[in-house]
Write a protein that binds this ligand. Structure first.
Ligand code: ADP
Length: 255
């Protein structure tokens, strides 16, 4: 970033310099507008849990509450604190990924085992596995891949208010790569929202999900985590029918 430029130092032959300064100015304006937008979104994300926390704390201070009411308000406190914690965790992870400060430990591991480990935490929700017989080991950071799976599975379940089974599959049709996918038969994503889904803080505002909480950070984090393994991520979805999110991981070099 350059500092103040003395305009009287320009002469008639400086059109290249003027153009460069103009471009830099334009870039800085875009950065500022991007940051302002992020700040607005963040403010909004902080305001909701803080309002709920405030309300519960005030109600808890009422002297003649019975144990049941007290437990109810404490549960709201706990839920909203967890929401703030997960917002903070996601923001820190995103920042560290973007500034290259995220510690990545690459190893070869069995993706089917990892999927089953992660899926166990979602029991008893009905999950259906579609794994081929032979699956090469993948190369990547096992913990980071587990975070992608957690996010995709919790979204698939969260946006399936009908409770229908979620499918998790592996495909090995592309040599050198392993594709993992999570398919649900839930709300799906309106077409108009689809281009923005991986943007930070982006949430679909359709009335079919107005009571479903979230920060809009999960998918942007997933995409960056997958890219950190050299893979790529995408989805296909039909509003009202369901979605299929998929990502690729490099297969470990065979010895
Ligand atoms: P969050 O769930 O916290 O809002 P995400 O980044 O995980 O944030 O998702 C962004 C938006 O994409 C969500 O608000 C939701 O409307 C939509 N979405 C994500 N996954 C699914 C899914 N499996 N089915 C339907 N909509 C989804």
């Amino acid at each position: 970033m350059s500092g103040y430029f003395p305009l009287d130092a320009l002469d008639g032959n400086d059109s290249g310099l003027v153009q460069a300064l103009f471009n830099e100015n334009q870039g800085l304006r875009e950065q500022i507008s991007h940051h302002t937008q992020l700040m607005q979104l963040l403010t909004h994300q902080l305001a909701t849990p803080l309002t709920a926390l405030n309300g519960s704390v005030q109600l808890l201070a009422e002297p003649d509450l019975n144990t049941e009411q007290r437990c109810e308000f404490l549960a709201v406190l706990e839920q909203q604190l967890a929401r703030l914690q997960s917002l903070l965790d996601d923001l820190i992870a995103l920042r560290n990924l973007e500034t290259g400060k995220f510690e990545t430990r690459v190893e070869d591991f069995a993706i089917a085992d990892l999927i089953q480990e992660v899926a166990a935490d979602f029991s008893p929700y009905p999950l259906v596995y579609q794994f081929p017989e032979e699956i090469p080991l993948v190369e990547g950071d096992r913990w980071q891949v587990s975070q992608v799976l957690v996010n995709l599975l919790s979204n698939a379940i969260k946006y399936s208010p009908n409770g229908q089974a979620v499918e998790i599959g592996i495909s090995t049709s592309q040599p050198g790569w392993i594709e993992v996918w999570v398919k649900d038969h839930g709300l799906g994503i309106p077409e108009a929202d689809q281009p923005y889904l991986f943007e930070r803080f982006y949430r679909v505002k359709h009335r079919d999900r107005q009571h479903i909480n979230g920060t809009g950070l999960g998918l942007s984090l997933c995409k960056r985590l997958v890219e950190n393994q050299r893979g790529s991520m995408g989805f296909e979805s039909t509003h009202g029918k369901g979605s299929r999110f998929y990502f690729t991981l490099p297969a470990a070099a065979s010895l």
